[in-house]
Design a protein around this ligand. Structure first.
Ligand code: TRP
Length: 313
């Protein structure tokens, strides 16, 4: 953790890994974000899942659901309910970096779905997946919450390639993708999703400094930083930053003092927004292709079903 912090703060421009957002307080703030009026992503995705998953699962008849970055259980239930209604699946493999999180989620779902076998796997999606569970065919993989967007294009291709490598030819991947501004979504609406009026996202962003102060012994003065989020139309992505409102010197164990100038910003997160050509290119790079693409009525968000392309031998 300290290595990563040292690396990010030695760069120009400075950055911090979004991994450090999610302590207990950070996870709670993130839950709150998903319920904000401005944060349309979660509820739009949820209604797309309700609308399309019963049919897609009916066609695929998967025997297992593999949820990557096992996010909020409320979306998982939509998938599991659709599988139960089809008499299709019996195995659920939630996959996450946080063992504690996985354990809690698994326990809850076991209680609610007595016929389901739950086999959590601790895994970091940025590395090749090593699954201890053998997957039945076909299996349905899910990467929801626009999580893919938190990786730049090269990293997104790598991540999906790891997923593709564990997929069989009869498997499918359902992907939630937030879309670029367009007729049904202004840039201002998109930016508001990452900078809400109540300041929850700002608190979430600043929480990263609290986590670092506690876990790695930095001494970031929280009152010297403010939240900033903006859409970069060239890159097609939201960037979240912490901007210093005065010059500060921060103690970083093993690196010495790091100075942050007044007005200098530290990038903490990216959230890439997609259009069809961009996502086609990323999927193709990972040997996947779009089989279904469904948007909400105003084109804010897409639910995508991807199928494997043959792997080169
Ligand atoms: N992947 C989601 C998104 O990009 C959720 C998310 C990750 C997020 N980090 C965030 C949302 C920071 C708000 C702020 O929207």
């Amino acid at each position: 953790m300290l290595d990563e912090v040292r690396w990010g703060l030695s760069r120009d421009p400075k950055e911090l890994s979004p991994k450090f957002f999610y302590d207990t307080r950070g996870s709670r703030l993130f839950e709150e974000i998903t319920e904000l009026d401005e944060y349309y992503l979660t509820r739009t995705e949820r209604s797309l899942l309700r609308r399309w998953m019963p049919g897609w699962i009916g066609d695929l008849q998967p025997h297992a659901l593999v949820e990557l970055g096992a996010g909020s259980a409320s979306k998982t239930r939509i998938l599991l309910d659709a599988m139960r209604a089809q008499d299709a699946g019996t195995l659920f493999v939630p996959l996450d970096v946080s063992e504690e999180f996985l354990h809690d989620a698994a326990e809850r779902l076991r209680g609610e779905y007595p016929d389901l076998t739950v086999r959590p796997e601790v895994a970091d999606l940025t590395h090749p997946l090593e699954m201890s569970t053998e997957l039945p065919s076909p299996s349905l993989f899910a990467l929801l919450g626009s999580t893919l967007g938190n990786f730049d294009e090269a990293a997104a291709v790598r991540l999906l390639s790891h997923v593709r490598a564990t997929m069989g030819s009869a498997d499918a991947l359902v992907l939630g993708a937030d879309l670029r501004p367009g007729p049904g979504k202004s840039q201002a609406q998109l930016e508001a999703a990452y900078d809400d009026a109540a300041g929850v996202t700002a608190r979430f962003n600043l929480n990263i400094l609290r986590v670092l102060n506690r876990e790695v012994g930095t001494d970031f003065p929280l009152d010297a930083f403010r939240h900033d989020a903006f859409y970069d139309p060239e890159e097609g992505r939201i960037e979240m930053h912490l901007v210093a409102s005065r010059a500060v010197s921060v103690r970083v164990p093993g690196l010495g003092p790091v100075s942050v100038d007044e007005g200098e910003s530290i990038r903490t997160e990216i959230s890439c927004k997609y259009d069809r050509p961009t996502l086609d290119r990323i999927l193709d790079g990972a040997r996947l292709r779009v089989a279904r693409w469904e948007e909400d009525d105003v084109g804010r968000y897409a639910l995508v079903l991807a199928r494997p392309l043959p792997l080169d031998v």
